[in-house]
Design a protein around this ligand. Structure first.
Ligand SMILES: [Zn+2]
Length: 303
């Protein structure tokens, strides 16, 4: 049985964006100046209303870090709208803001798509959030709605109330009728972008792309099957060049990953019996300031 499936039963109960299972190479420059600071990080970062007046820097790991010099994605642009403005999560590193805008311009070339509805990026100073998302902490993660935008003049209120659409059926084993070739084209464009590290989408979508692709398949490596991710897909950028405080995630495995995605789908359709010897993983410990890179204290204290 694959390791992927071994953690399925446990992980199903967790948030859909929990994407930090793989180990990381620690950045060399992270400080520990905040040792002993047991304040709860999400409370502090959740209260920061503006980006820090610092040079842009992604600090730490996607699920344990913060961002300096975060930039706000404009609430509305020619080819995008940021959704759920009340959350104030339309902030990211400059590379992420550029990427989202570029992808939205591509999306606007697709039939039926005026651009993109953009879900959560990061909080103004990144860090852990009071609700949702284990990752999205360093300004390099973006959720993109599956709902094709047919207008880009939604009011603030409409952006609170409108829902995205699910593109899956059979618990993620297959796509449903909401899934279109345009979804695949937008995911292909995103995965082919050299700034992108990986993309998370439900297993049935990955297999659908594996089956439908008739051209270059190399980008499929970056499309990673994951739990949830049928109302939106999640784009993770690589650490920006020269950002010494940013922790790189281990590279995605070689190959297009299609066989592994098919195995996951098989396990959804025909679940193997639970392993009686499995030990449940411990609940995730609350992130205190001491567990974040020391630079994050400076981010919080900055103007
Ligand atoms: Zn996400």
């Amino acid at each position: 049985m694959t390791r992927i499936f071994a953690c399925l039963a446990i992980a199903l109960a967790l948030a859909s964006c929990r994407t930090d299972q793989e180990t990381t190479r620690a950045a060399a420059t992270l400080s520990t100046q905040n040792a002993g600071d047991n304040r709860i990080a999400k409370t502090l970062f959740g209260a920061a209303g503006q980006g820090s007046d610092q040079s842009p820097e992604a600090i730490g790991f996607y699920s344990r870090g913060c961002q300096a010099g975060g930039v706000q994605l404009a609430e509305t642009g020619p080819t995008w709208q940021a959704m759920r403005l009340s959350r104030n999560r339309n902030w990211g590193q400059p590379e992420l803001i550029d990427f989202v805008q570029d992808l939205s311009r591509f999306a606007a070339t697709q039939p039926g798509w005026d651009g993109l509805y953009v879900g959560d990026l990061s909080q103004p100073r990144g860090g852990p959030m009071l609700t949702g998302h284990a990752s999205h902490q360093v300004g390099l993660d973006a959720d993109i709605w599956m709902l094709p935008p047919d207008r880009l003049d939604l009011s603030r209120q409409e952006r609170e109330e409108l829902s995205s659409i699910s593109t899956r059926r059979a618990s993620g084993a297959f796509t449903n009728s909401n899934w279109t070739p345009q979804h695949m084209a937008i995911l292909r464009e995103a995965a082919s972008d050299p700034r992108v590290d990986r993309i998370f989408v439900f297993p049935g979508a990955k297999v659908a792309m594996c089956d439908a692709e008739t051209g270059d398949r190399s980008y499929l490596r970056q499309i990673r099957p994951w739990y949830g991710h049928h109302y939106h897909f999640h784009v993770r950028l690589q650490c920006p060049a020269g950002d010494a405080s940013c922790e790189t995630q281990n590279p995605v495995p070689r190959g297009d990953g299609c066989d592994q995605a098919r195995e996951w789908v098989d396990n959804i359709l025909n679940p193997p019996p639970p392993n009686p010897n499995a030990t449940p993983s411990a609940p995730r410990a609350e992130l205190t300031m001491a567990r974040l890179p020391g630079q994050c204290t400076g981010v919080l204290n900055s103007n």
